[in-house]
Design a protein around this ligand. Structure first.
Ligand SMILES: NC(=O)c1ccc[n+]([C@@H]2O[C@H](COP(=O)([O-])OP(=O)(O)OC[C@H]3O[C@@H](n4cnc5c(N)ncnc54)[C@H](O)[C@@H]3O)[C@@H](O)[C@H]2O)c1
Length: 342
């Protein structure tokens, strides 16, 4: 039985507690919030002990894994404390908000010989895994284009209710690093590494510091190109979509469901699956915990077999790199070639 401790007691921490409760071989042994009032408030919501002293939390006797659910720009420090105590870490997306901070995590976890994984639960959706296998098996031929559209909407109250959301220091940015990143992670997994990015981001509607709208043109190392959009200003918020086009065919994944699948010489299988608005396209709380549960199962299995987990630190760094390139390109109004100075 593995003991899991959770750092941060906000919205996503609740999903982790729900997911871990379904596991037979792991349990939540405690949570941590450094603010005594927030810790006290959390005690009314969680049955597990809530600590406000990090040393005490990290000394919980059966603590094996620390799950970091703090705002994105505050992943590094508590994760390092856990790593230095020899704990495995599962960090919520994104890995961190800059490449320097991401690299520190990867390096320290390697040095201490602990596992570092990042939550990208959409990797565990059944239809995504079918698409990934087909791309890897060459079913679509040589890849020509891969697009990722995250044309979402968030209300004014979403930003007003949090001092972190839309704040560049706390969250690293807006629609790309907070919302779009899940779909960008999938696109990178399908299309491979990036050669260059040209992007434009804007604060188009919300009264926030970060971007709520953006678009980018990507060239992949395999020669394919791609279009990316990420937004929280596009009412009412449509399900996120990935389009993959190759020399032999194409497929479209919408909110984790395959809605089109066309291979040359085969009968078209337009699937027309009903896409439920459960993807977070307009409501951040609409996501369930089943895919988090699938990633926890996978992570615990990887720990047991000593295999690298999906998504490890180096893999999670790729989506941070892409998004940092988007921001840099937009700021400087120029093409960013990889690798680049962050
Ligand atoms: N995988 C997903 O689909 C998904 C969904 C939502 C959020 N997230 C990610 O989860 C993380 C948290 O998001 P959230 O929506 O739960 O935010 P939130 O604001 O609801 O919760 C953040 C929590 O961290 C606490 N906190 C702040 N600073 C801290 C510190 N230094 N140490 C410990 N705790 C601290 C806050 O008090 C709060 O309890 C973010 O990185 C976000 O990107 C992932």
């Amino acid at each position: 039985m593995k003991g899991i401790g959770i750092i941060g007691t906000g919205a996503i921490a609740i999903k982790h507690v729900q997911a871990i409760a379904e596991l037979e071989d792991a349990k939540v042994v405690g949570l941590f919030n450094p603010n005594p009032e927030s810790a006290e408030a959390a005690r009314t919501r969680f049955i597990e002990p809530v600590f406000s002293d990090l040393d005490e939390f990290l000394e919980i006797p059966d603590l094996d894994i620390v799950c970091v659910c703090t705002p994105s720009g505050m992943h590094l420090e508590p994760s390092l404390r856990a790593i230095h105590k020899g704990k495995h870490v599962m960090i919520e997306k994104p890995l961190e908000i800059t490449l320097g901070r991401s690299d520190e995590l990867i390096l320290e976890a390697e040095k201490r010989g602990v596992q570092l994984a990042v939550i990208f639960q959409n990797r565990f959706a059944e239809d995504y895994q079918k698409l990934k296998k087909a791309v890897d098996d060459g079913v679509f031929g040589r890849l020509l284009m891969g697009n990722a559209y995250v044309n979402w909407y968030r209300t004014e109250s979403y930003y007003a209710s949090s001092k972190y959301k839309g704040n560049i220091k706390a969250d690293g940015g807006g629609a790309f690093i907070n919302q779009g990143i899940h779909t960008l992670d999938l696109l990178l997994d399908l299309m491979g590494d990036v050669e260059s990015v040209y992007a434009k981001t804007l604060t188009s509607y919300h009264d926030i510091e970060a971007e709520d709208l953006g678009s980018a043109l990507v060239t992949f190392k395999n020669g394919a190109i791609g279009n990316l959009t990420s937004a929280t200003s596009l009412f009412p918020g449509y399900p996120e979509k990935i389009e993959i086009y190759g020399t032999q065919g194409s497929a479209i994944l919408e909110a984790g469901k395959l809605v089109a699948w066309n291979i040359k010489g085969q009968t078209s299988t337009e699937t027309h699956q009903e896409v439920v608005l459960g993807s977070g396209s307009s409501d951040p709380n609409a996501i369930g915990f089943q895919l988090h549960l699938a990633q926890w199962r996978h992570f615990l299995n990887a720990l047991g077999t000593k295999e690298m987990p999906v998504v490890d630190g180096k893999t999670a760094r790729k989506s941070v790199e892409l998004i940092r390139a988007v921001y840099l390109s937009s700021q400087q109004n120029k093409l960013v070639r990889f690798p680049f100075e962050d």
